[in-house]
Design a protein around this ligand. Structure first.
Ligand SMILES: [Zn+2]
Length: 359
């Protein structure tokens, strides 16, 4: 463990604050109180820099002393957050938007166990007899996003990027829409024929949880690697709750701070992604946050992503200069064993997916 466990107050003055970026944009950092309980009492767990884009400053990963939620503080001010995302969308990414309808055993499972409108369902006796085998493809990491099909199948993917998941769900029978703050991402998605909304949750200027979309209209709302980026997950989840109809579902996928990976790598853990990740959820704080927004948590799945272990070893090698770490970053076998180990040790993998329902 490379973190400081001694309770210490958060730093008084953000290091590296108040400067100008090479492109002329201002860059300011600020301390923020806990988004969940409002307390400013925090202990510093990790301090780190922006390893991906090299933006100036030292960022803290601090844990709220009162409620345990872990946040990035200091972090860029709201006005400067956009500058933390240098241009990253290119036309080549629209290739991901040519999604095909699911086929084979997956298609059969979606029809028979998830209610997808992709064909006629099999007789009950067949469905029951083949259940253990038939449900297998639904357990695969890449298929966890195929939520049970309900209502009219209206889905909103929040923080959708160019809309890869939107296209995938459309191909599976949903009427999916995407929402993103990046104008480029929204334009690329629209050019591919997707329904895309430019904006965020809550709608800008509506901190009370207001939205720009039809409330109570969605059968499902998904957030893939999005909730850790928003300035207030509490406000975002409240807005999400308003959009989902009673009985509809919410899916949230985020990095898991109480994972073995994070303990192994500390400040070199790749998914810390400072200063873009503003909240660092444990399983307990994620479920608490979702339930306090009004949803009922159904299940939280551990998700393995061995690539993150490789990236973390590369960061560690940068820090230590050790050839051993660079070698491990390339060892598929060692990384695979570590990833499997974290799954077997209480499902404490580097990522998690929580599925909840609005009752
Ligand atoms: Zn708190």
């Amino acid at each position: 463990m490379s973190e400081n466990q001694t309770p210490t107050p958060a730093p008084e003055s953000p290091a590296g604050a108040d400067t100008t970026l090479p492109d002329g944009r201002p860059w300011r950092l600020e301390e923020v109180p806990c988004d969940f309980c409002g307390s400013s009492d925090a202990r510093v767990l990790i301090t780190g820099r922006d390893r991906l884009h090299g933006l100036p400053g030292q960022f803290g990963v601090v844990e709220c002393v009162r409620c345990g939620l872990v946040r990035t503080s200091p972090r860029p001010t709201l006005e400067c957050l956009g500058a933390a995302y240098p241009e990253q969308y290119g036309p080549h990414q629209s290739a991901a938007l040519r999604a095909k309808a699911p086929g084979g055993l997956l298609r059969w499972a979606l029809i028979n166990y998830r209610g997808y409108p992709l064909g006629a369902s099999s007789p009950v006796i067949t469905r029951t007899a083949f259940a253990p085998l038939g449900r297998l493809p639904l357990r695969s990491r890449r298929n966890l996003g195929y939520l049970p099909f309900t209502g009219q199948g209206r889905l909103l993917d929040f923080g959708c990027g160019v809309g890869g998941f939107v296209a995938k769900m459309n191909a599976a029978g949903w009427q999916a829409e995407g929402m993103d703050l990046s104008e480029d991402a929204v334009r690329i998605g629209r050019e591919a024929g997707l329904t895309m909304h430019l904006g965020t949750l809550p709608a800008l200027g509506a901190p009370d949880g207001g939205t720009q979309l039809e409330e109570g209209a969605y059968d499902a709302l998904t957030m893939w690697q999005a909730l850790e980026h928003v300035p207030s997950p509490t406000a975002t989840l409240k807005a999400a709750w308003r959009l989902v109809r009673p009985g509809g579902r919410l899916l949230v996928a985020v990095p898991r701070f109480d994972s073995l990976q994070r303990h192994w790598f500390g400040p070199a853990w790749f998914p810390l992604d400072l200063p873009r990740h503003l909240t660092h959820f444990t399983r307990a704080t994620l479920e608490r946050q979702i339930e306090s927004a009004g949803f009922k948590v159904e299940r939280t799945w551990p998700v393995r992503r061995p690539a993150n272990i490789r990236h973390s070893y590369a960061y560690l090698a940068d820090d230590t200069g050790k050839a051993r770490h660079r070698k491990l970053a390339r060892s598929r076998m060692i990384v695979g064993v570590m990833s499997l180990w974290s799954l077997l040790r209480g499902g404490r993998t580097g990522q998690m997916i929580c599925i909840a329902q609005k009752l």
